[in-house]
Design a protein. Structure first.
Length: 594
């Protein structure tokens, strides 16, 4: 094994010479404590290494051991339900080995080498296979069938041997004869984290990822294979929003990366997810979840690697043909790790001290999303949707990380501290947020939910924008200066805000709304608006607007959000009441035709 020598230590940065055999992003072991590190800069035979563990006590002259391999993750059965740190060390195994606190130089295999999995072959001897083809399956959990694939770098060949039954991840389960010789296929693959896994073709984002969150699905949808960001100040609900997406989004696999967030927030995730039940199956949500935990008190360099560790695991499940949702909380902490390493490398700083390559690194990360035709002969489809939280200091969206992210992603869910202080959650500001997937997914919503879906959405957004303008007038001269139609607009938008956009994540029913429920809720609110507007237009004398706004059916409209899905047929009777009560009020006002 080639050995270099340390010449400088600066926090997580170690500089070593005699490193002429190393390459960029090679994995190395620093000092006799064998701390994990990665080469991030080369000058001749001198290498700069970012170390993923505490470097206290390490000094010049100590050895650096070269491995000749890039920093990679192990991919195979055992990923689901696992909790890894930023460089894919299983935290439960570390705890068994060294106790509650991670000590330096701990080496633990990411995947269990002793556990035997029941391998079921899907091809037979003599079959022709190519890279990405599924040769067998393992029932990893009750929710996830782990599909064992031919490695991406394997040539087309014929199956020479294939076994079945109990095997570990390192056992050879098949042998493929290719032009270059016999290839052993194991259940475990290794893949460098900084290289995207190959696919055949990337497809357009035309199918929405249904989240059950009304403001997202109706107003600012994200497509499967799309990218979204959730920027917002402290306390505005970024983490809870991502938890909601992880729980309820119609993704088959969830990868959650706690990147630099506070330890108590990650503890909530670790305690809450095993207790949550998957809405489709009734099984614990953890049975289709992978967690990456690299909290703010863990080494800063490992925070930088955790994002790539998570997305490589997510790409692996995408290649199996699954729809995967990746939650990164938060990319601001990842960017801070980049800034610290850049400063220690003495690179020329960019805006606010962030490195000049911040934008390109963010783009590299988000561009690994997509809805793809996988690299295989059966051309199966997979999707990887990325949702990144951004934590701008003081909620300032003009800072570099937020701006660089907005130039890349296509959905912006802007969290607003003023909404959070008013206890309006999710605190997504409907006047600031946007989705560039609206036109892409419009056909899906029209065909799946209802012809009027897109028109209703546009009308609701128009009313909400009008409300913002009317509020300025009300603040100046009072509500009495408004016309009857303008006062109706304020009442309708109040219902939109309080009954539709507001959603209680802690309520067992309101926490999730199906598309059909969202459609019926919005349709009923707008029905009241249209019926009331028609009466106002026809009225020959002044109507009693206060009586109209206090109709008993308004309370029933507000309670639709708490209706279980199986009782949605009650909405038709509520719509009937809307028509009856407004018609009777119009009759009392002297306009029988209304």
């Amino acid at each position: 094994m080639d050995v270099g020598r340390i010449v400088k230590v600066s926090g997580p940065l170690v500089v070593a010479d005699q490193m002429g055999e190393s390459r960029m992003y090679d994995l190395v072991r620093v000092s006799d404590a064998r701390l994990m590190g990665e080469v991030i800069e080369l000058h001749g035979d001198r290498a700069s290494i970012q170390v993923y563990e505490e470097t206290g006590g390490i000094g010049p002259g100590e050895p650096v051991y070269l491995t000749g391999e890039p920093l990679s993750v192990e991919l195979g059965p055992g990923l689901i339900e696992a909790i890894f740190d930023g460089v894919q060390r299983p935290l439960d195994k570390i705890r068994e080995q060294v106790g509650d606190y991670i000590t330096r130089g701990v080496e633990v295999n990411p995947l269990n080498r002793e556990h035997k999995w029941d391998f079921v072959p899907k091809v037979k001897e003599g079959d022709t296979v190519q890279a990405g083809d599924i040769i067998g399956t393992v029932q990893e959990t009750t929710l996830v069938e782990h599909r064992i694939m031919v490695p991406p770098d394997c040539l087309t060949g014929s199956v020479k041997e294939i076994s079945s039954g109990q095997a570990t991840v390192t056992d050879v389960v098949a042998k493929i004869e290719t032009e270059e010789g016999l290839v052993d296929v194991k259940m475990m693959q290794r893949w460098p984290i900084r290289a995207g896994r190959p696919y055949k073709e990337k497809m357009g984002p035309h199918i929405p990822m249904i989240t059950g969150q009304r403001i997202i699905d109706t107003f600012f949808p994200v497509a499967k294979g799309g990218t979204a960001c959730i920027p917002g100040p402290f306390g505005s609900g970024k983490t809870v929003t991502q938890h909601q997406l992880a729980k309820w989004a119609d993704a088959e696999i969830v990868v959650y990366i706690g990147c630099g967030e506070r330890g108590n927030e990650m503890t909530d995730v670790l305690l809450e997810f095993p207790e949550l039940l998957d809405p489709q199956s009734g099984e614990p949500l953890m049975k289709r979840t992978v967690l990456i935990a690299n909290t703010s008190n863990m080494p800063v360099a490992a925070r930088e690697a955790s994002i790539y560790t998570g997305i490589t695991i997510a790409e692996y499940f995408r290649d199996m043909g699954y729809s995967v949702a990746l939650m990164a909380d938060s990319t601001s902490r990842w960017a801070e790790a980049l800034r610290e390493m850049s400063g220690r490398l003495e690179e020329m700083p960019g805006e606010e001290g962030y490195p000049a390559y911040l934008g390109s690194r963010l783009a590299d990360f988000y561009e690994r999303s997509g809805r793809t035709i996988c690299q295989s002969s059966d051309e199966r489809e997979g999707a990887l949707t990325l949702v990144g939280a951004v934590s701008p200091p003081g909620g300032d969206l003009s800072e570099p990380v937020s701006q660089a992210t907005l130039r890349i992603v296509k959905v912006f869910w802007g969290l607003d501290a003023s909404l959070a202080y008013r206890r309006h959650f999710p605190a997504i500001n409907w006047l600031l947020s946007y989705s560039l997937y609206l036109d892409n997914v419009a056909v899906y919503f029209r065909d799946t939910v209802g012809e009027q879906w897109n028109d209703m959405r546009k009308e609701a957004m128009r009313l909400l924008q009008e409300e913002a303008e009317l509020e300025e007038i009300v603040r100046l001269v009072g509500v009495d200066a408004l016309s009857a139609k303008e006062r109706l607009t304020l009442e309708t938008t109040k219902s939109l805000r309080e009954d539709f956009l507001h959603q209680n994540a802690m309520h067992e029913i309101d926490t999730y709304s199906s598309l059909q429920k969202q459609f019926k809720m919005l349709e009923t609110i707008l029905l009241f608006h249209h019926q009331a507007e028609a009466v106002i237009n026809k009225a020959e004398i002044d109507l009693d607007l206060e009586a109209m706004f206090a109709l008993s059916v308004r309370e029933r409209i507000a309670r639709i959000r708490y209706l279980p899905e199986e009782q949605l047929n009650e909405v038709e009777s509520i719509k009937g009441e809307v028509k009856e009560q407004i018609a009777s009020l119009a009759g009392e006002g002297g306009d029988e035709d209304a």
